[in-house]
Design a protein around this ligand. Structure first.
Ligand code: G6P
Length: 366
């Protein structure tokens, strides 16, 4: 292959470890928040629009779900996120004042391209893409674009493309907020500082790998796993479950932790590892009571906490602590240990990490 593996065993591993650089490249040259980062005329568009419609597939769809939490909370603009293959075929109510945002690593996914064209045919003409390939069909089709600089991603299971999409979507959140007069200079400075810290923060999260290898041994013997998150970490739980099923073939589901009692709790036994994404945010106390519900049924908890969450290891509760509390940017950090967990579980099971059965890197036919 044109891309060398270097010291790594698999492209997925290499791409996980490239994330600090991929994010630094994606944010290179961003010295302030300006709508024009997304193309000429972006300010006029961002000023006019009254809502956002995000269209994507797979991992890119989960980046979109994360962005909904950011945009609604920071820019105060309503956001809908739709699976491209659903949106293109259902009757929906078009809003010409909506900003249509496609998210796609390849820029060639057939359903996402068709969904964009469908939106346009309904009179929605404000289009923007977050894409990793500058020469792709999607970039040609959209009026505005932000090109992520993940570099070539070879592994079928997306990793660095996802975190760079999140970085670009956080920038979009701030640019939208600014265009609406909802971003003070102090806030802009603080967010920029947090973003510049991302590469170093990612590096220290990657250093947790040996702890995750130990967990992977236990996961490799299971056939089912549950992932829980709440709020902005719910999409991260979804992405963690997707990574695990894609490359280990373990059946994995993600739930918003508050929904546990509405169904999945019935599945919980000692045989069910429950991965919990548990940074110390406003929902942590609620999440702790969800964890109690799992423990009471014998479920084994594998918790990704952060520096200041007061969650301790105990019988049936395994905790890995991320080095800091990353605030709004936390999803970008918390997905990394989930990527590593899937990767090392796949190694332990001996599956084909870079080319999982039945899956393709980019789905250019329906
Ligand atoms: C395939 C890939 C996924 C990817 C999805 C969307 O299913 O295996 O990793 O998330 O397509 O691809 P895109 O290029 O549009 O982001």
């Amino acid at each position: 292959s044109a891309v060398e593996l270097g010291p790594y065993q698999h492209y997925m591993q290499k791409e996980i470890f490239e994330q600090p650089r991929a994010i630094a490249d994606t944010l290179e040259g961003v010295t302030g928040i300006m709508p024009e980062l997304f193309g000429d005329g972006a300010f006029n568009v961002f000023k006019q629009i009254d809502s956002v419609l995000i269209l994507a597939c797979g991992t890119s769809y989960y980046a979109g779900l994360t962005a909904k939490y950011w945009i609604e909370s920071v820019a105060k603009i309503p956001v809908n996120v739709e699976i491209a293959s659903e949106y293109r075929y259902r009757d929906s109510v078009p809003n010409p004042n909506s900003l249509v945002v496609t998210i796609t690593q390849s820029g060639e996914t057939a359903d996402t391209l068709a969904a964009l064209k469908h939106a346009r045919s309904l009179g929605m003409l404000h289009t923007l893409t977050i894409c990793n390939v500058a020469t792709s069909a999607m970039v040609r089709e959209c009026a505005l674009a932000y090109i992520t600089r993940a570099g070539v991603e070879v592994g079928v299971a997306s990793t660095k493309a996802f975190t760079t999409q999140l970085a670009a979507l956080f920038l979009l959140t701030l640019a939208l907020a600014q265009s609406k007069g909802r971003l003070s200079e102090e806030e802009e400075t603080a967010h920029l500082k947090a973003m510049r810290h991302l590469p170093a923060a990612l590096q220290s999260v990657l250093a947790l790998e040996p702890h995750i290898v130990a967990w992977a041994e236990a996961f490799a013997r299971k056939e089912n796993a549950l992932f829980l998150g709440r709020g902005i970490h719910y999409p991260i739980a979804l992405e963690g479950a997707l990574k695990l099923k894609e490359i280990t073939y373990i059946h994995a589901e993600a739930y918003a932790a508050g929904e546990l009692k509405h169904g999945p709790l019935a599945l919980v036994t000692e045989e069910m590892p429950v991965v919990t994404v548990a940074p110390n945010d406003t929902l942590i106390e609620k999440l702790k009571s969800n964890m109690q519900e799992v423990r009471a049924r014998g479920g084994q908890l594998y918790v990704f906490a952060d520096a200041d969450s007061h969650i301790k290891s105990s019988d049936g509760v395994h905790v890995i602590r991320l080095p800091e509390n990353y605030g709004l940017l936390s999803p970008i950090l918390h997905v990394v240990p989930l990527q590593l967990l899937a990767y090392h579980t796949a190694l332990a099971r001996g599956t084909d990490v870079d080319k999982p059965r039945n899956l393709a890197k980019s789905v250019t036919v329906e």
